[in-house]
Design a binder for this molecule. Sequence first.
Ligand code: ZN
Length: 303
Amino acid sequence: MSEEKTASVQFEDENNEEQVSTDINPQEINENPEKYARQMAESRATEYDQMAGFSVPRDFVMIPSKGRVYPPTSALHNVEEVEVRHLTAADEDILTSRALLRSGKAMDTMLANVIMNKQIRVEELISGDKNALLTFLRITGYGPEYPVEIDCPACDENVKHDFDLSQLKMKFLDVDPVQEGENRFNFLLPSGIEIEFKLLNSAEDAKITEEQEKARRATNSPIDKVVTTRYKTQIISVDGKDDQIFINNFVNTMNLRDSRAFRTYLDEIDPDVIMKQDFKCPMCGHGEEVEIPITVGFFWPES
Ligand SMILES: [Zn+2]
């Protein structure tokens, strides 16, 4: 069972600045110099925060993993919300920088800039957590309306549809990792084999996509090795054996029933923004819930 909540990707502007009293009573300075020093330090820190942020609004964004897959050494360990500032014109420069776009680093560079806690490493974010931050930034930066052209599943007509990103829901992690603070989960396959797997981070996701592209170009094969490439990265042990060659062999010969069961389980527990919404076709009137396609328009709206 997966837990769904609205409001998580609904982002209200909040004023997070804490009020620090700077009213100091001279008598109090003598009585409590430590308190005075602390108040001064706090007030300077607040001033500095405001200067550094140039009053760009900030918000806390809930992440679907609730920080439960990050080790105690990580700045994301058990962190349920990540503080980010909203996008500025300078961030837009990053998002449209050709050099960064070519290297695929535009999104990560932008994220590293807007995440307030600089101890957080963007590469370690699992994909679902990253999607939550990106969706938040898209909504606050460009608004929740997301116009995309899609093919109607019924009449196959290519139609324009406005999705409303503010209505997206988030699926939170609600199974326990094998160990607290470890990105490691177990699953018993229908064949009786027990596997352990991890949730992929965006760097691993990008690497898989890259390998798939390479394989496609090299072999010119129409068969995508999407599933096996992904499993070889995602599965970290098979019946307790964590040798990569053993895992690769296992994946190559994994039966269809095991593969399906694993994929279904992954879909069920993988914490992420649920990128699905109702669609109604203006041509034939057909309505159904569809996957929201992520196109360049997500961060580079045309108008
Ligand atoms: Zn239609």
